[in-house]
Write a protein that binds this ligand. Structure first.
Ligand code: GLA
Length: 381
């Protein structure tokens, strides 16, 4: 990707970039829709990433282009709504840094990415995080690592207008190679959890369902609203404040069946994250399988965010011998991850491809994901 970003830079602006920054997409091992409930998540960074080739701008404006959109979008200091389309992700980061009291340098940017778009792997967070890191480094801005995800999240929430939580930007910025990131989405406290699957003879197979994403924005917002409504009825700041021991009593107080289901998912999912972390800390990797599958069942039946393609991928992977499998990401399409013996990854991928062909679904794309590094500068030109 570095070569492609540099080439796009030279093509668009006629000179060389000053530096290259990269930020990864992510898969979330477990902890779905818990982030905006102040709960727990456990993502790891993908090797797939977005690379930003960057150099100062001669005239105080910001310009950005990409291998997919080679014609630069140029803007000055803006407010939310002024830059629309994909350039809003970059204008949003500039805006959010300024809003947080920092003075980002004016730069020209060219982007290249191999994070699949629209697959629930956080391609937008990868873009925001690469640009944010570049602006911070080039401008010599004193923005501690733990503050950065919230700045990128504000770009997405307030400038782009997507009501997402802190998961994706945290993963892209704070993950480390070979580790899963245990994040408390209330305090932003983290713990790096060693995640060396190969040493255990295991692999995480990521299966992109390639299902068309439908109703994502509206349904995401609706889930978020239901969770906030439940928390308000239960008199707690967020559903994080209900734990499994208080779940039965909480469900009794919620009259509405939909609110009950949404609440049950969040409360049990937070517990599954904690249980997964405890197993991984103890070196019991294979044993997390049932928790992954239980998470999927909860997303399917209680949070109601899965689609036929992801359910079939999970069922087929399990039938092919996976220790556990679940959809990862916001839902309504996207990717499934399956925990498999490393020598079973290919056979599992083949089984899912056959099941899709039988049902007339578009073919899935599968690969083994190894936990990669978080956002960083790639060189010192
Ligand atoms: C999307 C959002 C995240 C998170 C997940 C679901 O990826 O961007 O904030 O809510 O969905 O876990």
């Amino acid at each position: 990707m570095s070569g492609k970003a540099s080439a796009a830079f030279t093509e668009a602006y006629g000179d060389e970039p000053t530096g290259l920054w990269a930020a990864p997409g992510r898969v979330n091992l477990i902890g779905e829709h818990t982030d905006y409930n102040d709960g727990f998540v456990l993502p790891f960074a993908l090797p797939q990433r977005t690379v930003a080739a960057v150099a100062p701008s001669p005239d105080g404006t910001w310009s950005v282009c990409s291998t997919l959109a080679p014609e630069p979008v140029t803007f000055g200091v803006t407010e939310p709504g002024e830059v629309t389309g994909w350039g809003a992700y970059v204008a949003g980061v500039v805006w959010a840094l300024r809003d947080a009291g920092f003075e980002p340098p004016a730069v020209r940017i060219a982007l290249a990415s191999d994070v699949p778009l629209g697959a629930g792997l956080s391609s937008s967070a990868a873009l925001e995080s690469a640009v944010l890191t570049a602006l911070i480094d080039l401008g010599g801005l004193d923005v501690p690592l733990e503050r950065r995800p919230a700045i990128a999240q504000r770009a997405e929430n307030l400038y782009v207008g997507a009501p997402t939580g802190i998961l994706d930007q945290s993963a892209s910025i704070r993950c480390e190679a070979g580790q899963a990131l245990f994040l408390d989405c209330r305090s932003y406290a983290i713990e790096q959890i060693p995640f060396d699957l190969a040493a255990a003879g295991l692999a995480i197979l990521v299966i992109n369902s390639n299902a068309p994403h439908q109703h994502v924005d509206g349904e995401y917002g609706a889930r978020r609203k239901s969770c906030e409504e439940s928390a308000a009825i239960l008199g707690v700041p967020a559903l994080r404040d209900i734990d499994v021991t208080g779940l039965a009593a909480a469900l009794e107080r919620l009259g509405d069946e939909v609110l009950r289901k949404r609440t049950r998912h969040i409360v049990t999912e937070n517990q599954r994250v904690l249980d997964t972390v405890a197993l991984l800390r103890a070196g019991s990797v294979r044993e997390i399988g049932p928790l992954l599958t239980a998470s999927h069942t909860s997303m399917r039946d209680d949070f109601e965010i899965t689609v036929a393609q992801v359910d079939v991928a999970v069922e087929t992977a399990l039938a092919a011998g996976a220790y556990g499998a679940r959809m990862t990401g916001g839902g309504f399409g996207g990717c499934v991850l399956a925990l498999v013996d490393d020598d079973r990854a290919e056979a599992t991928a083949d089984a899912v491809a056959s099941a899709y062909a039988e049902r007339g679904f578009d073919a899935p794309t599968s690969w083994v994901a190894v936990a990669g590094p978080g956002a960083a500068r790639l060189n010192r030109l």
